[in-house]
Design a protein around this ligand. Sequence first.
Ligand SMILES: NC(=O)C1=CN([C@@H]2O[C@H](COP(=O)(O)OP(=O)(O)OC[C@H]3O[C@@H](n4cnc5c(N)ncnc54)[C@H](OP(=O)(O)O)[C@@H]3O)[C@@H](O)[C@H]2O)C=CC1
Ligand SMILES: N[C@@H](CC=O)C(=O)O
Ligand code: NA
Length: 956
Amino acid sequence: MQSVVSSRACFEANLRPACSAALQGQNQGRVEAFWSPSGACVNPSFDGLRRAPLLFQSHSQELKTLSGTPFLSPCRQTRTATPARAVAAGAEVDIATESGSGKQVERGPAWSVHKFGGTCVANPERIKNVAQIITEDTTSKKAVVVSAMAKVTNRLYSLVELAESRDPAYVHELDALFEHHKSAAEELLSGSDLAAFVKVLTSDIDDLKAMLRAISIAGNATEAFTDYVVGHGELWSAQLLAATVRARGEAATWMDAREVLTVIPTKRHTEVDFKLSSKAAPSSQVDPNYELSDARLDQWFTQKGADTIIVTGFVARTPDGIPTTLKRDGSDFSAAIMGALFRAGRITIWTDVDGVYSADPRKVSEAVVLPLLSYQEAWEMSYFGANVLHPRTTLPAMKYDIPITIRNVFNQEAPGTKIWRMTPPQEEGQEHLLGDGVVKGFATIDNVALINVEGTGMAGVPGTASDIFSTVSVVGANVIMISQASSEHSICFAVPEAQAQAVARALESKFRRALDAGRIAKVEVLPKCSILAAVGQNMASTPGVSSMLFNALAKANINVRAIAQGSSEYNITVVVEQGDSIKALKAAHSRFYLSKTTLAVGVVGPGNIGAELLDQFKAQTSKLKEEFNIDLRVLGIADSKKVLVDESGIDLERWQARLDEDGAPASLDDFTARMKTNYFPNTVMIDCTASATVASFYQRWIRQGMHIITPNKRANSGPLDYYLKLRELQRKSYTHYFYEATVGAGLPIMSTLRGLLETGDKVERIEGIFSGTLSYIFNSFDGSKPFSGIVKEAKEAGFTEPDPRDDLSGMDVARKVTILARESGLRLELEDIPIQSLVPAPLAECKTVDEYMSKLPEYDDDLSRQQAEAEAAGEVLRYVGVVDAVNGKGSVELRRYPKSHAFAQLSGTDNIISFQTTRYHAQPLIVRGPGAGREVTAGGVFSDILRLAAYLGAPS
Ligand SMILES: NC(=O)C1=CN([C@@H]2O[C@H](COP(=O)(O)OP(=O)(O)OC[C@H]3O[C@@H](n4cnc5c(N)ncnc54)[C@H](OP(=O)(O)O)[C@@H]3O)[C@@H](O)[C@H]2O)C=CC1
Ligand SMILES: N[C@@H](CC=O)C(=O)O
Ligand code: NA
């Protein structure tokens, strides 16, 4: 019998006998396609009737009554009837008449459900890998839900579009899909397995051709048509995978989920959708019908049950037996429903990432994989755009308390993220980085607009909010968040930016009278916003979370436009300007996830000391991070010509090249501004210059919450007022200011003095050799070499100030004396200290250091004479500084000491400093050692950084 049905009349006339014949095992009919003006037929592949095109969209009631009982009943009967054959869409296909497995499904935790997405089965190699994962799972019962091979579903959708637009290219596209799957099968299978698959594939493709032809004639595909077509990718991948698993020696069967998984499509649409579209709005989601699905699973299992079942993802059936899909919820949802139907012990969703990250790792490089999330946390994360299961997807698993683990098929070492109930709050070994794991993740939604409705007439007027939101719902806009202050003078909410103007217009029209009367002042749209959400189960009940979040945003200079948090919510939501979105995400994430001792470092002056410091960082960074939880990130470097700030961190292997190539023209203002707004928890500025200009920025840095560390003596020895103000500001703030290397380089001079003072000791006198350069010079100056030659050596060795005249003039020692005096409580100005200079008066006028150095030999005689005189008296020359705390004075001068004196015993750049205090009165406390040079000075600066980290919470 040949049936070509092309109208309702034909349908009425021909379908009934065609169906009956098929069902009774007598059908030799050829059913090309069914369609009618009010609905089109689709081809169900369920129960005994595989590939016989029998269903249609709008006449299911009639089909149900074909035999006076629901349509599917007779189908089941065919299984035990005489084997029948139907010819559908030109291909002969068996009507299944399986004898049945005879097994009853035993539901329970012995079942393990896996789901493999399209990328996991993108090619034969990956399908083999998946088959291996399946066979290596030693669970006794496995249900494996599989998506279509990567991109196949999209290709099927575009076939429908081509057919709808009557583009014959769909034929070639379909052939290409055939080839794609056939060649995969040829790599994976052989012999009768291969032949069987190719036979099914060929038949399916023929069916699809007929179906697409029908669509092309109609110029329109119904939702059911489309769902029927696009579900084929899963049919093929499931059969391929099942055969591949069997080829590895494990008995496996495949399940066409349309035989079991029964869902009720729901239409979620807006009035606008209806108005704008001539088509009926497609279903956007489905609700599983567990009762029917459970019953159908029982039946299916009796027929085909096995311990390893490969299940088609994405596809399902309606209660009427019409093929449908799980819409946007897709195969993850299939897996969760299968988990529920089998009451499985676990569901593993295999994908191509290591799990759920604490933030989008493409935006936040420090994002970590979360080991454990509650179902609710997973919902929140996915709502805010994280790559997690769709909220609806977790519901079936939640129903039976089944844990879902998200794992990476390409990195099976990674344990993945387990999504489960959150009791007990923490599993052993699952501690989150933030101690109690209060905040789990952060996510953003961009392209959002804030609508603010404001006016005095809103307060105390019941129904205003209802009027606003019912108006918004008429426009069909999705309200992403709502915030209203208790004063009720304004309501502010966020909608997708694309809908903002429509919402505003609708509100203006709704509130026209109130606006005209001034009861509502304005309906304002703030475009270009983003939503940032912090998600965590216990946030609402944990003090300090929001303060940490807002502090982090404030520190990164991010303005918060609106805030929302419900009392039992799992998230805090803030609205920021879209341009700040990524920075806000990084700032919030780093505050909760980076250790408290993550330091953003800005180095001003990468010269002699600064460059050495950067080298020391480079050598120590990873050790500090691993062993001491101190995470140093050099974000900025500035010299007198260029500034470079890179929030992702500057590669210390090539900082000089980056500064030269990428640096902007020097501007300490810009450097300050950019360093201030980084998103790291702490920022420290390290001034390695000898510049008073740079030192003049310290107050500003402190005010902006940045810590300061420096070997530069200018701030502490500059004008007393500036110094006192700086210390006052710093003490009042939560910032730290360390300057150990300003005196004695790396020697513990400042820390020793502080220790004495803080424990109540009183300084009487500090005296010593404070200049490494002058120490070196006079330790070496025995008459064998000219004085100028030794100065040259000291400069080349990196002992001197950038301008060695600062050392030779005694100014450097005077600065140190001033610093120590002020630290001891004296209010001394640098000018108060009499200085004996060793710079010949004419050379003080030299314009450049080079000029001074070149002329210096002309003046060697004077110091040679002084040295010879001392030598003759059995003495040595030493340049000393004194803080006389008792008399409130300081002094610096060149003195002669007998060779037996402690000051005469020094060598190299040795400093020696004696502290005479109330406690150390008779016998002063003495610190001695090298007091200048690159390594020791940079080391002194570095140790200040570690001290800062310890103050901030690093292990000490
Ligand atoms: N040498 C030692 O043993 C000790 C040194 N110190 C102190 O260390 C500091 C650094 O000394 P050192 O490394 O020898 O000096 P250098 O002259 O070698 O380096 C100074 C650096 O500061 C930069 N710089 C100067 N002015 C500015 C400015 N206005 N803005 C930005 N950058 C600027 C310079 O840039 P550019 O190259 O572009 O000019 C250079 O990178 C000094 O304060 C010194 O007193 C402290 C203890 C011991
Ligand atoms: N130039 C200084 C360096 C340390 O402050 C010195 O020589 O001591
Ligand atoms: Na020191």
